[in-house]
Design a protein around this ligand. Structure first.
Ligand code: ASP
Ligand code: MG
Length: 423
């Protein structure tokens, strides 16, 4: 008997019919002798609907007080889901009970709309499991020190599920979603993209942070910190598929570079259009200049991603960096009106039509020339690289947005990602 956590996304919970299917699947696992904890999302579209209502009444920037209310509102979506799923399971003849975050409790900090989980008490849940109940816990929400309801940020149910699995020391956390695993890249762009049987936790972390939307990044961080065995799989297989087959489907996120790992130089390609580039032209090249510019940007609460500083000519240099596209208008205005002139810049320019394409693979650690192959591939397609950033296991380039799909396809081919690597 194992303790298993299932997480179902909004699409999987999208209608009463689908919830019935989830219940049948969970019942199958329970009848096979496993202790089951289920963490569902709100029904698809529900969180958007709720936040849309809030926006009608308060369209402007939100005060701390208003953020608290947003969480009060948004958290209801998951409360409906857990209740419905518990009913459906009871109809299947199982003993099932649902809990909101505060009832468990799932304790978080007070950063409304983006709270972090601090602790999960397992006493109540364990008692239910002992009594033979399936326990269903709301995703996405928790409670802070003052007893206020909080939410974990969009897509936060992944993190709830992994955190519950960590707290309960579950044998595995299965994330059921509308795709059947983690792919080498987005199959909508590269039809030859291949589902990975396994991916290392570090690669998954890069994939999630570099644009792949399969898992919320915090959930991967959590899995890494607590070594939660995590599997991403489809909720669209028939519910009565053989449980042994189901248990090994999808993509397993692994922790050791063991023999189960596929051996590839590059495991996947991620991309994002969510960024924009700002260039501060002709600032004096002297100590403190990067701090003067980026410090002011950080003070305005704007996150900076890729940074490039050029060599200086005649004591002056150009300084480029990317920010999230949402922050771009604000960042450009700040730099053009204040920070640029104060730093002695000749000019501040910006370009929101960029994208970032990244190759990811722990194989890069032990092989040289991977980045060079990336650059060669892009040059063969006559794609100009504007910025580069690397880590041990990834290389990212910033290029013109209009070449994004071309770049991803060319790289997928160059690194032969459509083929399973030889063991
Ligand atoms: N319902 C929340 C959202 O739509 C959390 C989740 O689904 O993971 O963002
Ligand atoms: Mg999701």
């Amino acid at each position: 008997m194992a303790l298993i956590v299932h997480k179902y996304g909004g699409t999987s919970m999208g209608s009463t019919e689908r919830i019935r299917n989830v219940a049948k699947r969970v019942a199958k696992w329970s009848r096979a002798g496993h202790q089951m904890v289920v963490v569902p999302s709100a029904m698809s579209g529900e969180t958007n609907r709720l936040l849309g209502l809030a926006k009608e009444l308060a369209p402007e920037k939100h005060s701390a007080q208003a953020l608290r209310e947003l969480d009060m509102i948004a958290a209801t979506g998951e409360q409906v889901s857990v209740g419905l799923l518990a009913l459906a399971l009871q109809t299947e003849g199982l003993d099932a009970v649902s809990y909101a975050g505060w009832q468990v409790p799932v304790r978080t900090d007070s950063a409304y709309t983006k709270a972090r989980i601090e602790a999960i008490e397992d006493v109540r849940v364990r008692a239910d499991l002992q009594a033979g109940r399936v326990v269903i816990i709301t995703g996405f929400q928790g409670i802070d020190e003052l007893g206020h309801i909080t939410t974990l940020g969009r897509g936060g149910s992944d993190t709830s599920a992994v955190a519950v699995a960590a707290a309960m020391k579950a044998d595995e956390c299965l994330i059921y979603t509308d795709v059947d695993g983690v792919y080498t890249t987005d199959p909508r762009i590269v039809p030859e993209a291949r589902r990975l049987q396994t991916i290392s936790f570090e690669e998954m972390l890069e994939m999630a942070s570099l644009g792949s939307k399969v898992l919320q990044i915090r959930s991967v961080e959590f899995a890494g910190k607590y070594h939660v065995p995590l599997r991403v799989l489809s909720s669209f297989t028939p519910w009565d598929i053989d449980i042994g087959e189901e248990a090994v489907s999808g993509t397993l996120i692994t922790f050791e570079e063991d023999e189960k790992m596929e051996q590839a130089l590059v495991s996947g390609i991620a991309f994002t259009r969510d960024e924009a580039k700002i260039t501060v032209v002709g600032v004096p090249d002297k100590p403190g200049i990067a701090y003067q510019i980026l410090g002011a940007v950080a003070d305005a609460n704007i996150d900076v991603d890729v940074i490039v500083q050029n060599v200086s000519h005649g004591g002056r240099t150009d300084f480029s960096f990317t920010v999230s596209r949402n922050d771009y208008p604000r960042a450009l205005e700040l730099l053009q009106s204040k920070v640029g002139p104060a730093a002695g810049a000749a000019e501040v320019t910006g370009d929101p039509r960029i994208c970032k394409v990244s190759i990811i693979g722990i194989g890069m650690r032990s092989h040289v020339g991977v980045a060079a192959k990336m650059f060669r591939t892009l040059s063969e397609e006559a794609i100009n690289i504007q910025m580069v950033t690397t880590s041990e296991i990834k290389t990212s380039v910033v290029i013109d947005e209009k070449y994004m799909e071309l770049a991803v396809r060319a790289l997928h081919k160059a690194f032969e990602l459509e083929y399973t690597p030889a063991a």
